[in-house]
Design a protein around this ligand. Sequence first.
Ligand SMILES: Nc1ncnc2c1ncn2[C@@H]1O[C@H](COP(=O)(O)OP(=O)(O)OP(=O)(O)O)[C@@H](O)[C@H]1O
Ligand SMILES: [Mg+2]
Length: 510
Amino acid sequence: MSNTILEMRSITKTFPGVKALSDVNLDVREAEIHAIVGENGAGKSTLMKVLSGVYPDGSYDGEIVYKGEVQHFKSIRDSEHKGIVIIHQELALVPLLSIAENIFLGNEQARNGVIDWDETRDGARKLLGMVGLTEDPDTLVTNIGVGKQQLVEIAKALSKEVKLLILDEPTASLSEKDSAALLDLLMEFRRQGITSILISHKLNEISKVADRITVIRDGRSIETLNKEEISEDRIITLMVGRSLDDRYPPREPNIGDVVFEVKDWSVYHPLHRERQVIKNISINIRKGEVVGIAGLMGSGRTEFAMSVFGKSYGQKISGEVFLNGKKIDTATVEKAVANGLAYATEDRKTYGLNLIDHIKHNTTLANLGGISRAGVIDDMTEMDVANDYRKKTNIRSSSVYQITGNLSGGNQQKVVLSKWLFSNPDVLILDEPTRGIDVGAKYEIYTIINQLAAQGKAVLVISSEMPELLGITDRVYVMNEGRIVGEMPTSDASQEKIMRAIVRAEGKAS
Ligand SMILES: Nc1ncnc2c1ncn2[C@@H]1O[C@H](COP(=O)(O)OP(=O)(O)OP(=O)(O)O)[C@@H](O)[C@H]1O
Ligand SMILES: [Mg+2]
């Protein structure tokens, strides 16, 4: 039997109006990968913030016993001193600093008060090697992909001599390849005796690497499963409190004429003028149709969508956009919205939400006309609308007056969706709509997508989860390196066919 390294006993944590955790128990053994799963808002991140001192001693009830001693962490610094390092759901690197600077931020390698840059670089290089990165330590963080940023965060954790590593949804925005690399790294850490706590909504990954799983529901610890008890169905049942027979709602499409069309769309990189990012893309969506764009990370799907939606990405943009056969102007976000487009982005922090405002205002932000009378916002109508969408998308919050910045990650995503649903668009573009969303809520979002299509809207879904695309769309385009390299009815599509289209295109390109 391995030793217990951590015990959280009867943890209770309340926020004004919300009991986020009640009597939660967690025990973690030395050198295991312990997964925590639960629905959006179940309390996973909060529990880890209690553990790491983000919520200091005294702000919660219960006891943390780490390495046999009761701990009273007053800050994150205290827990780090004991080797507990948390990597948060939203990455916390400083984009315009170098990799090396980020790794040693707050822990500068100084001699006589002067930063020793050689040592900083050497140290960084060594740590990068441990996580499998060969990047130059002087590279700015903004110039590397999210997958690598995640690894830099881990390298940073290693610089603090981590004993217990906490990862809050580390693979949510990683490609399959990067996720696999990260999980391999956790398994390597396990061999070295480092303990990991892993929070994730990707149940297949968890089933693969976790030694044990603790399920949290509605702020309570429900059960801890041992390796041999782990199955996706079992986890879902414990998470949701009932079994889910099907991951995707049934779909009976009723497809009409072409509603939305983009013709010959080309875009150049915002900084590198000569680099063409989107290459002569043409797509269409019919009335009532749900169309997907499949492709690997970096294939240009988001850049394409953003450039169409108000030229929010790129420069030297050319091409035409048509709605119901009429050419429309989408040159600014305002024009795109006025002409019937909506784009729910994958990056809710930067583009999706006003985090310091509450749910009610965020919900109506893209359609103030819909809640105004004679140009004046009607508070009651706004309240009704916000409550209605909160119910429809099942947002877990104390009320519509909760500040969106205080919502759990998945619930923030639902507010973004509500906002665009209420804008009542003809064409709804959803970019990674279920990233970080739990299995139950995913089903609800798919149902909403079906309803929108049934109302005759055109829906475009960008998703890196191929099973999801295959489960909810009528037709898929395959994109690679800025081009459409394949198109097929979903009834005829499979993961292999999509991958084959990508590989074939890569063969041609090189
Ligand atoms: N600072 C805060 N102020 C008020 N309420 C909060 C705050 N932080 C979290 N909550 C609430 O506590 C509950 C638990 O949130 P938490 O972020 O721990 O969920 P989670 O399990 O991590 O969900 P997700 O999977 O969506 O990330 C939610 O109802 C959330 O709205
Ligand atoms: Mg969370």
